[in-house]
Write a protein that binds this ligand. Structure first.
Ligand SMILES: NC(=O)c1ccc[n+]([C@@H]2O[C@H](COP(=O)([O-])OP(=O)(O)OC[C@H]3O[C@@H](n4cnc5c(N)ncnc54)[C@H](OP(=O)(O)O)[C@@H]3O)[C@@H](O)[C@H]2O)c1
Length: 300
């Protein structure tokens, strides 16, 4: 295969960090790494095959310049936790709209968009709704596109991976709803393997895939497994979800973002899929025990 040029937005994100390393390990790929600040740019890996660029989603010319001569763009920029400067419409929908417009203007042939399980433009949950609206933007463009809906991502730097290590290292914790919600945690390395496969083997048209990990378990079971691996005894108690929502609503009267009722509903949703896309992407999923062992090794 000849040389391929892949642009990544949100290149400094937890997924982006792993993805850049994987893309650069393929001899035939040139990477354009898009970030929003000089600070983020300084944290990017150095490689003769990586071009760091500062992009602004309100500066279309910065996007078209970044995408010039690019074959595929992977759109990672997005948030679950809103802040004063980053809400769902701006971060999840607005960035996608701007990126897709730039991809069309520059003749990029393929987009890979990282979405979320539960994405739905009609959802009553603002996060799921924004991811659903972003998916619609991608689907409506005249581009080949792969939308990958993902569950909780586990890696040393993902917010879920860090929270899991932190929580499992206590002797006693209270978790939302007793951690009874069912998860399909995905190793971030597997997601990046899947993204890489998309960049190398484009498929015409638009496809929406759901990619989840190999094991279904409750959050409580996940915590207990992690604590067991750390050689700890963990007592898991429960904070009722309704109470957490009420508390979050009250805190939200004086603060923007953070642990809002919307986030609480997202992180306590069951992660179920009808069809796992691992075989479609040609990847082998990492056993959950190996993913947790990687987290433990990084943490110790
Ligand atoms: N982590 C998970 O478990 C999970 C699960 C499902 C889906 N996803 C999706 O996967 C993607 C990557 O997730 P992640 O956890 O790796 O992300 P992350 O580490 O939280 O990084 C977020 C990225 O989005 C950028 N960003 C934030 N607000 C923005 C805005 N208003 N405009 C443009 N860019 C903005 C950040 O740039 P700055 O550093 O400049 O702020 C950063 O590059 C996201 O789209 C996320 O929704 C993640």
């Amino acid at each position: 295969m000849g040389n391929l040029s892949v642009a990544v937005t949100g290149a400094n994100s937890s997924v982006g960090t792993v993805l850049l390393t994987r893309l650069l390990s393929q001899g035939n790929i040139r990477v354009v790494a898009g970030v929003r600040s000089t600070k983020a740019r300084e944290g990017l890996p150095r490689s003769p095959r990586l071009t760091p660029v500062i992009i602004g989603y309100d500066r279309p010319e910065s996007l078209t310049a970044a995408l010039r001569d690019v074959d595929c763009v992977v759109h990672l920029a997005g948030v679950l936790f809103e802040s004063k400067t980053s809400d769902y419409q701006t971060a999840n929908v607005g960035t996608t709209r701007a990126l897709v417009a730039a991809a069309q203007a520059t003749g990029v042939s393929q987009v890979v968009f990282i979405s979320s399980l539960g994405a739905d433009p009609d959802s009553t949950n603002a996060y799921f709704r924004s991811k659903g609206e972003a998916e619609q933007v991608v689907s409506a463009a005249s581009l080949d596109a792969t939308i990958i809906r993902t569950p909780l991502l586990l890696g040393p730097d993902t917010s879920g991976g860090r929270a899991l290590c932190r929580t499992a290292s206590q002797s006693s914790v209270r978790v939302l709803g007793g951690g009874a919600h069912r998860l399909r945690p995905l190793d971030v390395d597997d997601l990046c393997h899947g993204i890489c496969a998309c960049t190398q083997r484009p498929v015409p048209g638009v496809r929406t895939l759901e990619l989840v990990g190999p094991t279904t378990l409750t959050y409580r079971e996940l915590l207990e497994q992690m604590a067991g691996l750390q050689g700890r005894e963990l007592t898991v108690g429960s904070t009722p979800v309704w109470l957490a929502r009420l508390g979050a609503r009250l805190v939200g009267l004086t603060r923007t973002g953070g642990m809002t009722p919307t986030v609480i509903d997202v992180i306590t949703s069951d992660e179920m899929v009808a069809h796992n896309a691992d075989a479609d992407l040609g990847i082998t999923l990492t056993p959950l025990s190996d993913t947790l062992a990687k987290l433990k090794d990084h943490d110790s």
